[in-house]
Design a protein around this ligand. Structure first.
Ligand code: AMP
Length: 189
């Protein structure tokens, strides 16, 4: 493992365990966790005008428009803590336009690796059904999963074309999946 700040993208369907694994990864590598879902939920909780608009998209399981998300992430990436400690992008990019904007901002060498935590569709559906989140209505879950296949999978594949993508098996215990993640991170950075 090098001492350079680690700059990672974590991909995975809703229910793939990204949130849990990101918490473990930031503890281990010290990068800054940038979860676009968390940023949006904080805006919703603050009750700002922007938060109210974001909430309409989120509650329905729709994506917030690209230009809004790209602006938010660009601002966050420019902050001192991220520049100094690197980042763990969670929930962004979700479309090819977001991926392109990210690379336009950082350059291909501005990220070390994109990791796809792969959990089969049937299993994430079981996991989501077993939890109790207010925004997990059946329609919203279906829409998010369909959007992931239609819009995010092309963005994931795009990182393969620049040799930055590694896929890991996301089926297993938290510590098994974490061990797979650290193995690929340490091998590639
Ligand atoms: P998450 O916590 O990453 O599942 O995000 C929760 C919700 O926030 C998503 O279902 C989207 O409505 C919205 N969202 C989060 N990140 C993005 C993004 N990069 N692009 C568009 N919408 C997003």
């Amino acid at each position: 493992m090098s001492n350079n700040p680690l700059r990672l993208i974590i991909f995975g369907r809703q229910g793939a365990g990204k949130g849990t694994q990101c918490a473990l990864l930031i503890e281990r590598y010290g990068s800054v966790h940038i979860s676009t879902g968390d940023i949006l939920r904080a805006a919703v909780a603050e009750g700002t005008e922007f938060g109210r608009r974001a909430d309409d998209y989120m509650a329905a399981g729709n994506l917030v428009p690209d230009e809004v998300m790209i602006g938010i992430v660009k601002d966050r990436l420019a902050k001192d803590d991220v520049v100094a400690h690197g980042f763990l992008l969670d929930g962004f990019p979700r479309t090819e336009a977001q991926a392109q904007a990210l690379i336009d901002t950082l350059g291909e060498n501005g990220i070390d690796l994109a990791i796809d935590i792969d959990v089969p569709l049937e299993l994430v559906k079981e996991r989501i059904a077993g939890r109790n989140r207010a925004d997990d209505t059946a329609e919203a879950v279906e829409r998010r999963l369909a959007d992931y296949e239609a819009k995010t999978v092309p963005a994931v594949r795009w990182f393969a074309t620049i040799d930055k993508l590694v896929s890991i098996n996301g089926v297993g215990t938290e510590s098994e999946v974490f061990a797979r993640l650290t193995e690929v991170i340490d091998a590639h950075t």
